[in-house]
Design a protein around this ligand. Structure first.
Ligand code: FNR
Length: 365
């Protein structure tokens, strides 16, 4: 069974975990109005986003250390996403390297990056993405610092000074789990190994996060835009003015995200800020949202409010922990099936008509 330290790492949020809950509660304020006597014998969940043909309007968001869910988890995610034709974005902090994940046959991976204090590392990561044939970079901008996450603190994931007996036990179980993976040939933090990072796993969360440059500004986004000719997605945008500025710098897509409630706490639920960000992004820049998306109705609700696609973080990590690639495939099928059900009962037969129906198909309680 997945050790508590890793379970809590995935489940947890920052400070009081108010945003984690707020993300879910926001969806509960909306219902979808059933429509009748429309021909819904053929419903398609397919859509196209940034040149990706997606079988369903959702993607797998970047999840650092997802490879700790089980041996080979990053590769399982790549295979499941490829089989089911949904986009998958690999985290900077992936256990398996970008190169090895991209080597999975047929994959068309997106790469998430952070701008590190050492720009040479970032430059190299951009080059590696280019060499791997990656078409889309996703720059995460909501982590200038990593706030206290009480569950990680309790388990000693980020700091272990004067540990209690319970902390030591929790830590020891996670250590044994990691050693077992290394014994099965898994790298410790494969994606960062070229930079001398990623040698001892349980120091990783802290060491890796401390490499992210807190002095990042709009100039750095301009710099990145100049370095990278492919699609650029800016992830972690929660204010309409910031979205407008991303568009001005040349972002192809902005991602409304509060990092699943793991950064600023309390921050607004992403669904609540989505319409303003759609309005300020204009017609040339697509909007994606994540944080708290769990059910087919959530996806439909976000699309009706202007999102082109949604992303899921924790659910795919849990699926891999629970049963590996087969369970993740089931999860993707299950969510796609729910979206199809909701679309049919709401009288829409394709994503385009769903998006153009807009908020008129919803009721807010
Ligand atoms: C994340 N997220 C994240 N984002 C990112 O840009 N780079 C990363 O390395 C990570 N790592 C990470 C680890 C874990 C355990 C979680 C849960 C999340 C954030 C992620 O991409 C996404 O924004 C949220 O997970 C979405 O919220 P839900 O779906 O988990 O509620």
């Amino acid at each position: 069974m997945l050790p508590r330290l890793f379970r809590d790492y995935v489940a947890g949020g920052a400070h009081g975990e108010v945003s984690v809950q707020a993300n879910r509660d926001a969806f509960k304020k909306w219902t979808i109005v059933p429509r009748c006597l429309r021909d819904v014998s053929q419903v398609s969940t397919a859509t196209r986003w940034l040149g990706y043909d997606c079988a369903a309007p959702f993607m797998l968001a970047p999840v650092g250390f997802a490879g700790m869910m089980r041996c080979g988890a990053d590769l399982m995610a790549a295979r499941a996403a490829e089989k089911k034709k949904i986009p998958f974005c690999v985290s900077t902090f992936s256990i398996t390297s970008l190169e090895d994940i991209c080597a999975v046959q047929g994959t068309d991976i997106l790469a998430q990056i952070y701008v590190f204090c050492d720009r040479e590392i970032t430059r190299d990561m951009i080059n590696r993405a280019r060499q791997c044939g990656v078409r889309t970079l996703m720059l995460t901008v909501d982590t200038p610092i990593t706030p206290l996450r009480p569950r990680d603190e309790k388990n000693g994931f980020r700091r272990l000074t004067n540990p209690s007996v319970a902390q030591m036990l929790s830590f020891a179980r996670a250590w044994r789990w990691s050693l077992n993976m290394v014994r099965h040939g898994m790298p410790v933090l494969g994606n960062l190994q070229p930079y001398g990072l990623g040698r001892t796993l349980l120091e990783q969360a802290k060491t890796a996060a401390s490499q992210i440059d807190p002095s990042l500004t709009w100039k750095d986004l301009e710099w990145l835009r100049a370095q990278w000719g492919g699609n650029l997605v800016v992830k972690g945008v929660m204010h309409p003015d910031d979205a407008a500025r991303c568009v001005a710098v040349g972002a192809d897509s902005v991602m409304v995200s509060n990092h699943g409630g793991r950064q600023l706490d309390p921050s607004p639920a992403t669904l609540d800020v989505l319409p303003d960000i759609v309005a300020s992004s204009g017609p040339t820049c697509s909007v994606v949202m994540d944080s708290g998306v769990r059910r087919g109705a959530d996806v439909v609700c976000a699309l009706a409010q202007g999102s082109s696609l949604v992303a899921l973080g924790r659910p795919w990590a849990w699926a891999l922990a629970a049963g590996g690639e087969a369970t993740l495939t089931e999860m993707i099928d299950g969510l796609q099936g729910e979206i199809r059900d909701v679309m049919a009962l709401a009288g829409t037969t394709c994503v385009e008509t769903l998006r153009s129906a807009g908020p008129a198909m919803l009721r807010r309680s």
